[in-house]
Design a binder for this molecule. Structure first.
Ligand SMILES: Cc1cc2nc3c(=O)[nH]c(=O)nc-3n(C[C@H](O)[C@H](O)[C@H](O)COP(=O)(O)OP(=O)(O)OC[C@H]3O[C@@H](n4cnc5c(N)ncnc54)[C@H](O)[C@@H]3O)c2cc1C
Length: 469
């Protein structure tokens, strides 16, 4: 019998299978579709490629500011989709994981269709495969939540971008979390007229309040119509040129029309096909697999990793989960999850990113120091003509450690990586202020912020080195 079957070959499943095999377990990896999962085929890799094209369109429009004369850029969307396919294949063929998995002796079953339990130790796949194992690691990821209002079958998700023949003239984007703002940003750069609808009072609701406000302002300046607190969707109906959304707000009926409506209202676990009850596996209130700190499910022989557990739904976390789940499945409950510094960001225009606590959360539990630098006041952003945005650094006054960083603007995601490393190593703001970061750079803005916070602390030191950025 196989020791462990891993279901789902996204980042969590691939690393779980590799770790299990490295620990000497006879391992099989089964996946419905292609190796790499949603991450490689429908998530970050292809979406980043669209985002890169959007960035090139924007860059091209800046050329005249630097005396470079070219004609107005024009997007060939079918050609862009070909490029997306090339990138996906290229990234997959250069994946070191695939080579490692093969040399570790993992039996890989790709394009097997959905796998489901037929008894606690046996699974069957749609392709007719039937396998038994002592242990299982479920890494089946998630999928877009769909709305259940009349006419929702006419709406699309981010995945439908791959089957469009051209850029829609106009788009309703419902939901202004990470996926919604990404879709809005990309298709706005491609020339769609975008209306973005958020049911709550602010877009990007899990970000620092200043990030939400600056981001909404930047979106509006870029021509996106942002509707916060828009109300409740009642239905969708097909029109001659696209789709109409009917909604109401405090009893007042309203409607919005566009060529396409994209729903981005959350991410749910992809467990519907697994037949979980047969194996005694329970889900939590949010519908994700219930796991403990060892990533063990309610069935002792079944572990889970990645988006299907509903924790931070990102590739690096899925990879770490896969390693932890496989270690515990093979060696026993030895490796608990750790609380970690987790930078999060998105490649929109403008970019935004965060690490650590928001200012509001930090103030609830700490005596804080806060400094903000606007991007219209730093040398590098002025040189590059990227003056929209700001960077905010939050520190704990008594310990001088960094509690959080929030950025809107160019290279926001890269800036927060530097802060994440500083936070993970327990670096204090005055330590950061003493590092002569390169000038003029985006990361160098952190030096100026750290120097400002150090000055607020009234410490002696050579923080002046970073006064300029
Ligand atoms: C638009 C978008 C952009 C994103 N951008 C980023 C980003 O920039 N950075 C980042 O870190 N994260 C990003 N993410 C999130 C990231 O893609 C996920 O966190 C990551 O893919 C989770 O990995 P996973 O292994 O848990 O699941 P997945 O990658 O979803 O893989 C799960 C696999 O299991 C298969 N499967 C499902 N059910 C079964 C079954 N019953 N039998 C067999 N196989 C099954 C699925 O088909 C899939 O191949 C993005 C997500 C989206 C949607």
């Amino acid at each position: 019998m196989i020791d462990v079957i891993v279901i789902g070959a996204g980042p969590a499943g691939v690393v779980a299978a590799l770790r299990a095999a490295d620990l000497g377990a006879a391992t099989a990896l089964i996946t419905r579709d292609e190796f790499g999962g949603m991450a490689a085929n429908d998530g970050p890799v292809p979406v980043r490629t669209l985002a890169h094209a959007a960035r090139l369109m924007r860059e091209a429009r800046h050329l005249a500011n630097y005396g470079i004369v070219v004609s107005e850029p024009h997007l060939d969307y079918p050609r862009l989709l070909e490029r997306v396919n090339e990138v996906v294949h290229d990234a997959r063929s250069h994946s070191t994981f695939r080579a490692q998995i093969d040399s570790a002796g993992v039996r890989v079953y790709e394009r097997a269709g959905f796998a489901r339990f037929v008894d606690p130790h046996t699974i069957e796949t749609e392709s007719g495969l039937r396998l038994q194992a002592n242990k299982f690691i479920l890494c089946t990821g998630g999928k877009s939540r769909r709305l259940s209002v009349p006419g929702s079958e006419w709406t699309a998700t981010h995945s439908d971008a791959w089957s469009l023949k051209s850029v829609p003239d106009s788009m309703l984007v419902i939901g202004a979390g990470a996926t919604g703002v990404q879709v809005a940003s990309i298709f706005n750069a491609f020339g769609s007229r975008i209306q973005l609808f958020q049911s709550g009072p602010r877009i990007l609701p899990t970000e620092d309040a200043d990030v939400s406000a600056a981001f909404a302002e930047a979106f509006r300046e870029a021509g996106i119509m942002v509707h916060e607190n828009f109300g409740v969707i009642e239905s969708f109906e097909k029109t001659q040129n696209g789709i109409r959304m009917l909604y109401s707000n405090e009893g007042k009926k309203n409607s919005a029309e566009a060529s396409l409506a994209v729903i981005a209202v959350g991410w749910v676990a992809d467990t519907g096909n697994l037949n979980l009850e047969i194996a005694g596996i329970q889900t939590n209130q949010r519908g994700f697999l219930q796991v403990d700190e060892y990533l063990q499910t309610t069935a002792a022989h079944v572990f889970a990793a990645g988006d299907v557990t509903g924790r931070l739904m990102l590739v690096p976390q899925a990879i770490q989960d896969g390693f932890i789940a496989a270690t515990n499945a093979i060696k026993g409950r030895t490796l608990p999850l750790e609380k970690q510094v987790s930078p999060i960001g998105s490649f929109t225009d403008p970019e935004y990113a965060q690490v650590g606590l928001t200012e509001a959360k930090a103030r609830e539990t700490h005596d804080v120091l806060v400094a903000t630098v606007r991007f219209d006041s730093t040398t590098r952003t002025i040189i590059d003509g990227r003056t929209t945005g700001f960077c905010k650094l939050i520190a704990d006054r008594p310990t001088r450690t960094i509690l959080g960083c929030h950025v809107v603007g160019e290279r926001a995601v890269e800036i927060t990586q530097v802060v994440a490393i500083a936070m993970a190593s327990g670096m204090r703001v005055d330590d950061l202020a003493r590092i002569p970061l390169s000038y003029p750079t985006y990361a160098g803005i952190l030096g100026r912020l750290a120097a400002t916070l150090t000055r607020q602390l009234n410490l002696q030191g050579n923080w002046q080195v970073n006064e300029q950025s």
